[in-house]
Design a protein around this ligand. Sequence first.
Ligand SMILES: *Cc1c(COP(=O)(O)O)cnc(C)c1O
Length: 463
Amino acid sequence: MDALAGLHPREVVERVALSLGCSPTSAQVAAHLDQHDQLRHLREKFLVPKTATLPPSDLSLVDGQDECIYLVGNSLGLQPRTARRYLEEELDKWGQTGVHGHTEGSRPWAWAENNIEHLMAKVVGAKAEEVALMNGLTVNLHLLMLSFYKPTPTRHKILLENKAFPSDHYAVESQIRLRGFDPEHSMLLVSPREGEETLRTEDIVEVLEREGDSIAVVMFSGVQYYTGQLFDMAAITQAGHRKGCFVGFDCAHAAGNVELKLHDWGVDFACWCSYKYINSGAGGLAGAFVHENHKHTIKPALCGWWGHNLKTRFQMDNVLDLQPGVSGFRLSNQPILLVCPLQASLEIFDLTSMAALRRKSVLLTGYLEYLIQHYYTQDPANPHKPHVSIITPADPEQRGCQLSLCFSVPIRKVFQELERRGVACDMREPSVLRVAPVPLYNSFRDVHRFVETLTAALRSTSQ
Ligand SMILES: *Cc1c(COP(=O)(O)O)cnc(C)c1O
């Protein structure tokens, strides 16, 4: 397989098929790619639901003992097998030692999150002291904006995507109002060009050049949740800085999915959740990043005792000794029951690297793209045959693992038929299916099974 490194996924698939003497769409290709996948052992670290336990699956259509085709790690990552043990350890410690659990055991509650921040920092390309694990994503976005968004009459705008995730949109809107400005004038939304689905970096940079003097904060996502577009965070950061703006990213769909270099890119602040690609379970502990450049200049607007220097935190003298940087943004003591599953997942990430995961991801998603295009490109000779277009950029540099598929037929029925056949993916009406093969635990066989199942689902909906 090393001989295939650097090739476009399409070429890899075709060369493998040639060497096996089979069609590129044969399941043999998937089996071969799995056999040579150096990360395939990581799947065993997770609980993959069986089709029998996946609610809408119809056991007359599937073998209930088979693992389901889980392609929705962009929404909720799978459970790491060690999560349960870590939780039980803390429940036992609580039961057996009560309050002593704060300072005893391998995971003292009073500073448990500090023990895993270096692991999270590796995943997002930051220094450990630039990362805090706390709260939920939207909460962290607000806490960071309170410090980074300080509008003035001449510089009061926030630049974001037109179709940002609703929570981000509302957060920005309410921050603008909180400061006494009007979202109508202070919220600057960038849209794709007419007839295009995704944003061009040059257009984002152009807006910054044109309007940058009035923009206080640039607040983009790293990977767009709907289209799967990976933004050029380095270029956007540079363009924002040239105009004196702060640049922050919501990395909900980027963290654990693509290689991030938040520190090297000079990103001012970032936040992300940990239950999507980072597999910490619904509502898991979120992340926040503040660049070390701001360590002594950007202060939290709201303070709590957890922002106080750990060494003297419990002396309770009511003189705040604020930790520098993002650590000072902590408010409350951490929920240990959320630290446990996050630790379990981050330890799996630590068995490999984002660079290695990304290499697999490019091939895995490229394989999905290849099969979709092979079967579902619009056929001018047969215009009534259902076809699928991919709204996610074709360039692997501009996407993560997710492909957003747009169907020529209404999506709801197709989605239901997929679910009945043991596929877990995500639907957005009227016509988009989001499919995310995750390199940590998805296999090439998953992708092959998905496309076969899609064929069966489409056949049954057209009857
Ligand atoms: C998933 C997601 C959220 C969810 O916010 P929570 O505060 O974790 O509920 C917000 N923004 C983006 C961009 C997301 O992808």
